[in-house]
Ligand binder design. Structure first.
Ligand SMILES: Nc1ncnc2c1ncn2[C@@H]1O[C@H](COP(=O)(O)OP(=O)(O)O)[C@@H](O)[C@H]1O
Ligand SMILES: [Mg+2]
Length: 311
């Protein structure tokens, strides 16, 4: 058993002993998809220069879902069939059941706390944040009538548009720069009720853009129209964006890559977020055939500060 497993197990035991009536954190394990593609990711852009923020644009009155449907672009996506698990009509693909389990755990949690805007993050690049965010959004809209908005807020290493097979611009950075309204940046793909805001063009100061107040404005405007808003974030350890993004969300789900994320780095990631925002951990990329029922651990403490073992 790896160090992270031992630590997470200890945390789970201590947390279980101390929990009382608290909402249970979500824990899920996602296997490596059978035909995982070894995609080469673009180099992240860590340029620190900050542009002057233009004034907040006025994008008009609030609007209905019908208006959104009518005004946002219907785009013909070409999702990667190897990693976008719910697009090919094959509902029993390896990994889909785990996403359904994750969905039901999130719904259970939502009975006890506000949970609509969910940040998906992890310590480092290539741990599966985008994979989890995209498939989670897909499994959410597989339930009849549920609507999800997926936002690529990784302005440094955007990848979701590649996985979904669509364009990256205009997107979030254009919105945050005040150049486009929400209708111009939101895409409607082939899956009913799944909407997507790509990252937009590469910018020199992602952290400043994310913090300029417009993302909060955007979320406020569209929140009521969706059952879930799933935000894909940059890695939490090297840059500050994920912590900023978390301030706009109701919950943070941390992805840990099986046999890859070092425990001390996972622990550092956990410390980047307020206790009350942490809703759980996804152990991603477990080996095919692993019996992970014996490794069903929780990493996080509760808002009352209990369950400190994983810190
Ligand atoms: N469970 C999984 N099964 C198969 N491929 C995966 C899995 N998790 C991640 N990948 C793949 O690994 C690569 C890195 O994942 P990605 O989600 O882009 O990481 P991050 O967003 O954390 O940088 C991508 O090619 C992705 O499709
Ligand atoms: Mg990513």
């Amino acid at each position: 058993m790896s160090r992270i497993h031992e630590a997470l197990k200890k945390a789970e035991e201590q947390r279980a002993a101390s929990l009382g009536g608290q909402a249970e954190p979500v824990v899920a394990e996602i296997p490596a998809a059978e035909t995982a593609a070894a995609a080469s990711l673009p180099a992240p852009n860590f340029s620190p220069a900050a542009p002057a923020a233009p004034p907040m644009p006025s994008f008009g009155a609030s609007f209905t879902f019908d208006t959104l449907l009518a005004r946002c672009a219907a785009v013909n996506w070409s999702p990667d069939p190897k990693t976008m698990l719910f697009f090919n009509g094959e509902e029993q693909t390896y990994g889909t059941e785990e996403f359904r389990t994750l969905r039901s755990r999130l719904y259970q949690l939502r009975e006890k706390q506000t949970l609509r805007k969910l940040l998906i993050t992890s310590a480092l690049p290539k741990e599966g944040k985008s994979f989890v965010a995209a498939n989670l959004a897909q499994v959410m809209v597989r339930q009849h009538g549920r609507r999800a908005l997926l936002i690529d807020a990784d302005l440094r290493g955007a990848r979701l548009h590649q996985a979904l097979g669509t364009t990256s611009t205009p997107g979030l950075s254009e919105y945050l720069l005040g150049e486009c309204d929400e209708f111009a940046v939101m895409q409607r793909g082939p899956m009913e009720n799944l909407f997507f805001i790509p990252s937009g063009r590469v910018v020199s100061s992602p952290a400043e853009l994310v913090a300029n107040g417009r993302l909060k404005f955007l979320l406020n405007r569209v929140e009521a129209l969706f059952d879930w808003i799933i935000i894909d974030s940059p890695p939490a350890v090297p840059v500050s964006d994920a912590g900023l993004l978390a301030n706009y969300c109701d919950g943070v789900l941390i992805v840990v890559r099986s046999n890859a994320t070092p425990f001390d780095i996972a622990r550092k990631t956990r410390r980047e977020f307020r206790d009350d925002l942490l809703v759980g951990v996804v152990l991603n990329g477990i080996a095919a055939g692993s019996s992970y029922t014996q490794y069903y651990y929780s990493a996080y403490g509760q808002p009352n500060g209990k369950g400190e073992a994983a810190r």
